[in-house]
Design a protein around this ligand. Structure first.
Ligand SMILES: Nc1ncnc2c1ncn2[C@@H]1O[C@H](COP(=O)(O)OP(=O)(O)OP(=O)(O)O)[C@@H](O)[C@H]1O
Ligand SMILES: [Mg+2]
Length: 280
């Protein structure tokens, strides 16, 4: 198993119990979406995957070995586990975009030519090449987010953990980042673990969906299993994807003969509409 979390409790120094005993595991190549309302503990959980936070109780295993918190072990862990923070201002610090993206690769002892190639590629991938000389703090929030992702890509990680990858991104950037992540997963088997509020996006990329509620893991399943479970979704104050909601209304209020398995995406909705029209 790539990561295994056993009975993880996290209590902050002011006494807040942000995680109240979480157990989960995931393997190479999975694409996991973590959902939950504000304050449910998503960021707290993610911060345990690369040792930013240490469990108050419980244990985390990486490739079946317990995480170690000395600086050598953490450096190695962080090389393999790329982490994009919820707030890019917490991540970017160098005087220019290209220096920021170069920081990780330079620390790996690569030559300046190798580093330049990696940085250029990473900035190209996130569509930020033209900003390479700019100080990161002058960028817009969405631009900062892309640079932060470029910094992570430049390390060629095996796992990418992202805390709300698409918040503050415009629709085009959202879809580009999503495609990029899917491509990395399919071509390089990079494991994805993303915390998100975007329920419309989840069925497009996730193989597995976890829901946190008040520091407890209340659901694990495929997006289909979780997002079509109306009772669960309401109970944890989430919502269904808009397209699913539309078909639910057409089924219950308008009595259209929609199948019980409601569509989660536009392409599933399209198939359902074609099926309905052929029935007539
Ligand atoms: N440094 C801290 N000290 C004390 N309490 C904290 C700290 N960081 C987070 N918390 C608390 O822990 C709980 C979980 O917070 P967390 O940031 O993990 O939630 P989240 O699910 O990521 O929320 P959001 O969707 O708003 O990003 C919240 O009640 C929060 O107030
Ligand atoms: Mg958060």
């Amino acid at each position: 198993m790539l990561f295994r979390v056993e009975n993880l409790v996290h209590q902050y120094s002011d006494g807040t119990i942000a995680l109240g005993g979480i157990s989960l595991s995931f393997d190479h190549g999975e694409r996991i979406a973590l959902l939950g309302t504000n304050g449910s503990g998503k960021t707290t959980l993610l911060n345990h995957f690369n040792g930013i936070l240490k469990p108050t109780l419980g244990q985390i295993f990486f490739e079946d070995k317990p995480l170690e918190y000395n600086s050598k072990a953490l450096l190695e862990l962080r090389r393999r586990v790329g982490f994009v923070f919820q707030d890019p201002n917490d991540q970017l610090f160098a005087p220019s975009v290209k220096q920021d993206v170069a920081f990780g690769p330079l620390n790996l002892g690569l030559t300046p030519e190798e580093v330049k190639k990696i940085v250029d590629e990473a900035l190209e991938t996130v569509g930020m090449s033209e900003f390479s000389e700019k100080p990161p703090h002058f960028l817009s929030l969405g631009q900062k987010k892309r640079v932060a992702l470029a910094g992570v890509l430049a390390m060629q990680p095996e796992i990418i953990i992202m805390d709300e990858p698409t918040s503050n991104l415009d629709p085009r950037a959202t879809s580009e980042i999503l495609h990029l992540l899917l491509q990395l997963n399919k071509e390089k088997n990079i494991t994805l673990f993303l915390a998100t509020h975007d329920v419309d996006m989840v069925p497009l990329f996730a193989t597995e969906m976890y829901i946190l509620n008040k520091g407890k893991l209340v659901s694990k399943g495929t997006p289909k299993e979780s997002l079509t479970n109306g009772n669960l979704i309401r109970q944890v104050n989430l919502r269904s994807p808009r397209i699913t909601h539309l078909f639910e209304v057409l089924k219950t209020a308008d009595k259209l003969p929609i199948s019980d398995e409601l569509p989660l995406t536009i392409s599933e909705a399209r198939r359902e509409i074609i099926r309905l029209m052929q029935q007539k």
